[in-house]
Design a protein around this ligand. Sequence first.
Ligand SMILES: Cc1cc2nc3c(=O)[nH]c(=O)nc-3n(C[C@H](O)[C@H](O)[C@H](O)COP(=O)(O)OP(=O)(O)OC[C@H]3O[C@@H](n4cnc5c(N)ncnc54)[C@H](O)[C@@H]3O)c2cc1C
Length: 408
Amino acid sequence: MARDAGGTAPRCGTYAAGVTEAPIPETDPGVRAEIVEGVRRWVQREVVPVASELEHADEFPDELVADMRQMGLFGITIPEEHGGLGLDLLTYAGVVEELSAGWMSLSGIINTHHIAASLLVAHGTEDQRRRWLARMATGELRGCLSLSEPDAGSDTRNLSCRARRDGDTYVIEGTKSWVTNGERAGLVALAARTDEGITCFMVEKEPGPRAGGITVVRHIGKLGYKGLETVEMHYAGHRVGADAVLGGPDGLGRGLTFMLAALEVGRINIAARAVGVARAAFEAAITYAQQRRTFGRPIAEHQAVQQKLADMGTALTAARLLTEHAARCRQAGQRADVEAGMAKLFASETALMVVTEAMRIHGGVGYTTDLPIERYYRDVPLMLIGEGTNEIQRMVIARGLIARYRSG
Ligand SMILES: Cc1cc2nc3c(=O)[nH]c(=O)nc-3n(C[C@H](O)[C@H](O)[C@H](O)COP(=O)(O)OP(=O)(O)OC[C@H]3O[C@@H](n4cnc5c(N)ncnc54)[C@H](O)[C@@H]3O)c2cc1C
């Protein structure tokens, strides 16, 4: 198996023939630290005081998103030649952790945007990159990812949305489910079936509930992850030009391969956001444990509470290291399905454990809406499911490991 020799470019997997993901230049560690610290300070000052109120009201955070645009967070992974900041995935993961430590939904507002951008960067034609990336980098044009359908979540091969060729256009018919950011987005990375197989279309649309033949039929109510929309979208004879096929004619039938590779960036986002939420819960718990007294001493002095804090802190550190390892692999241009899967699996399960233990450590107040622990507790389960469930991650990890150890 490929082992990390300790350098900055670990050897991970390799993509199938014909699929390449260009390496992302490493960001100077000083610049990375400065950017992540800047976002941390903004989150503590602007996000933490309002997050629970906005979340309970299920309100889109317009002002916070305006600040995020100002800070360049919609262009963080987009190369500088296209107007972005051109930062590496380690920086992206650091920023996502900080955003999520304040309010997980903020990381969801940029997640599928960056997946759509990474699809364009890796597989778009020159014309497609020039047409969309600069406006995406500023956040003027927001992207989203539309892979899942009511009958095709884990089982992506069961997609039924179709795009029929008609002269120089394609006519799209079908229903897509779970489209996070779908209503506000102006560019949808859409998986649809064509004669060649599953193809990724970059569908430009007006933000809003209706555009051409596209209708947002339903806003999906959620346990947590509030403030941003997750919608069901119906395509009734929506027409796009043939130039909407990601990668041009060569991209026909290769959409699923492109999208599954791009989901590695999404899984790094999920892992980093799990670390962010878990960190917020851990910090709240370790602070509270030193303030709350029972039986004449702080609960942090009871061994049962110390055991919890030790396990929480250990798992949190391991989750962050796995996330950074996945980011390093992927930015080195190497296949990181195993590494991103491991990071997403471990970090999300860690977040569930840490948040549950943080609630126990808080006793009764942990269960109230006076503290953000209940919000973390409702946000965390999404990370067990989104970007491929953890059961599916285990399949991806096992298959990848078996292939790397294949003998004979
Ligand atoms: C809030 C939210 C936001 C989302 N945002 C997006 C988005 O922006 N874009 C998008 O395209 N999708 C999005 N999704 C969809 C998400 O990726 C899917 O929900 C997820 O992949 C699971 O698919 P499913 O819901 O159809 O579950 P199913 O595939 O029906 O799975 C049900 C259960 O069966 C298990 N299972 C299925 N197959 C196997 C197997 N072979 N072996 C073992 N166990 C199996 C699963 O692990 C799960 O426990 C979002 C989902 C949520 C909840």
